[in-house]
Ligand binder design. Sequence first.
Ligand code: NAD
Ligand code: MG
Length: 391
Amino acid sequence: MQRVCLLGATGSIGRSTLDVLARHPDRFALHAVSAYRNVERMAELCLSHRPQIAVMVDADAAEELRRRLDGQGVEVRSGEQALIDIAADERVDTVMAAIVGAVGLMPTLSAVRAGKRVLLANKEALVMAGQLFMNAVREQGAELLPIDSEHNAIFQCLPAGELRRLGDKGVTRIWLTGSGGPFRERPLDAFDVITPEEAIAHPNWSMGPKISVDSATMMNKGLELIEACWLFDLPQSEIEILLHPQSIIHSMVAYSDGSVLAQMGNPDMRTPIAHALAWPDRIDSGVEPLDLVKVSQLNFEAADEKRFPCLRLARAAITEGGTRPAILNAANEIAVEAFLAGRIAFTRIPQLIEDCMHQTEAHAAESLERILADDAAARDCVRRAIDGGRV
Ligand code: NAD
Ligand code: MG
């Protein structure tokens, strides 16, 4: 029996995870769940999935949840420290890290430091603190399994075992595939009037608002490029981004003998979630079988950095290294938040990030304090640019 802690239980990945867990009560027990402040959904999922502990980061929301779950046998906790505690709880074997954004870093690291099996959806944590994060994985003997569909696909296409020195195992190249989002074909002169509703309407995937906007700007693919560099110990130059509008191939690995292995499936996050939960076994995920006759075509095109400047910014950030990716990520989080709030135009997102990258000094990423300080400086820089009316 694997005892699971689910961070970000009310989100898109959280709900897909609960769906897979509920199919296998013989294998998995839900020990703890967390959310920020969505009491309604949290109360509902606590009653249907019966965790031992529920954390609401927001104190008022925790109070309200306590009232609602009175007498139900669920212990309600609140605050950020509670996230760190449940991720390291000795009664937990597996932690699903599905909080969105930089706030997920500390709880995810807590799980790594406690040597858990860590299922990583929260890519921002790895983008911010890649070196420290991977060092902690190795030092603590944590088991890191990627949930991001691309990285999970690559993991499945790699030889089993050690994920380092892939060149020695004949790997020559990795192709990260991406659909290109809702604006792959939109005329460039119509980018200025893109609304939040249009940006979060992804053609193939149903996801939370932040990653949906990231998919529309393709910063998501940029963050994934950085994520792949850390997970698979590869330089960015060996990772290529390829547009594949159908989202059936989830990524590919090329080998020195000319073989290219791809992982395919319907675009449904329950596949990578079930894969990582059960690894090295395979379990039912509830995903519809792939019907290739219905799909009929798989298309590919080069990714256009003019249309999607975030790709260029992400490559520049990981090439420079140090705290530059943390700065890129923080700037992106503030810009996306402002776009979703209707405060800035879609095209301002990459501009604000690029300006911030020029204006914020990066350092060696030698400590968490350093990374968090540069993250905070980048957030301030973008907030000032937005509030200063230079939007
Ligand atoms: P979401 O917005 O649907 O859910 C986010 C979760 O994080 C919620 O449970 C929310 O309560 C919690 N949260 C938000 N702010 C918080 C805070 N300040 N403190 C504590 N918890 C907080 O997001 P999502 O789409 O499920 O994405 C989650 C993560 O998974 C992201 O890092 C995303 O990039 C990654 N991911 C998502 C998908 C997908 O299909 N949704 C695919 C690949 C990777
Ligand atoms: Mg992805």
